[in-house]
Design a protein around this ligand. Structure first.
Ligand SMILES: C[S@@+](CC[C@H](N)C(=O)[O-])C[C@H]1O[C@@H](n2cnc3c(N)ncnc32)[C@H](O)[C@@H]1O
Length: 274
């Protein structure tokens, strides 16, 4: 695979997956998404605030933010299918609240006056240039505002997964279904071995932000480009830009990352202008 990793053409077709997932969005999933967003971004921080949602995907987080009282949400995504899906999800579940949806890359978004909240869930590690994406996201936070991120953490198997994701995204068309079946079989077998019921696991999976296991597996296996980061490095990058960590939800790496990497969640505050 050659070419610019920052360009949509080199990326996994995230939007196609989110279009499929969006068909399953209902009030029950939305309530779970609202609950989960409120854990890292409570309503008192969102209420009457503006928010930029970078990499909006299905649009679920954008709707959740509006339901928690945001004054206006601007959703951007580099993938045309994600943009269309976000617009449809917002029209269906958030109207008449105030929102804008745009096809844009965070790496190229012109800086404006700044948003009270910049939110980006599981995105910046897929932009093809994580350091630049962190800087760009930070630049859009108004003084005194918040940056809310979810980012894959490093595991001992990162190199293996990068190779797999590249192949899944750019290899022969017959390969992804094969990899997916093997992964799903091994994953559910591992759950059974630890004494849990795999059927119940899949059934209860939406508790995780209202998401679907099948779509999340496809997203994990295909999510390319991929650049995980650990907390210390994130804080070292954002500290000099005037950010202090306010809340961290750290998830453990299981089985050395054999079944995927967990995402850490961060809320950082940008110091108010002196
Ligand atoms: C794993 S999905 C996450 C979607 C959504 N935030 C969620 O939590 O379900 C990553 C999304 O980021 C988008 N993305 C990747 N690079 C981007 C960039 N440079 N600028 C904006 N969005 C980008 C992808 O198109 C995709 O929709």
């Amino acid at each position: 695979v050659t070419g610019d990793l920052r360009a949509a053409a080199s990326h996994f077709r995230f939007g196609e997956n989110w279009a499929g997932f969006a068909r399953a969005i209902d009030e029950e999933r939305l309530a779970l998404a609202v609950q989960s967003l409120a854990r890292i971004l409570p309503a008192d921080l969102l209420s009457e605030r503006t928010m930029l949602d970078i990499g909006s995907g299905s649009g679920l987080s954008a709707v959740a933010a509006l339901r928690l009282g945001a004054r206006h949400v601007t959703a951007i995504d580099i993938d045309r299918d994600s943009v269309a899906t976000t617009a449809a999800t917002l029209a269906r579940f958030a109207a008449p609240a105030s929102f804008t949806v745009r096809e844009a890359s965070i790496l190229e978004l012109p800086a404006g006056g700044g948003y009270d909240i910049v939110h980006s869930w599981g995105v910046l590690h897929h932009t093809g240039d994580l350091p630049a994406a962190l800087q760009a996201a930070a630049r859009h936070v108004a003084p005194g505002g918040r940056l809310v991120l979810s980012l894959y953490r490093r595991t001992p198997l990162d190199r293996l997964w990068i190779a797999e994701k590249r192949l899944y995204t750019h290899g022969p068309r017959w390969l992804p279904p094969v990899i997916r079946s093997l992964f799903k079989g091994a994953y559910l077998a591992a759950i059974a071995v630890t004494g849990r019921n795999p059927i119940r696991y899949v059934h209860e999976y939406p508790r995780e932000r209202g998401m679907s296991w099948s779509h999340d597996v496809h997203d994990w296996l295909g999510g390319y480009p991929y650049e995980p980061i650990d907390t210390a490095e994130l804080v070292a990058r954002l500290g000099p830009l005037g950010f202090v960590s306010e809340q961290l939800i750290e998830r453990p790496v299981r089985a050395r990352g054999l079944f995927g990497a967990p995402c850490n969640e961060y809320r950082l505050a940008r110091k108010a202008a002196a």
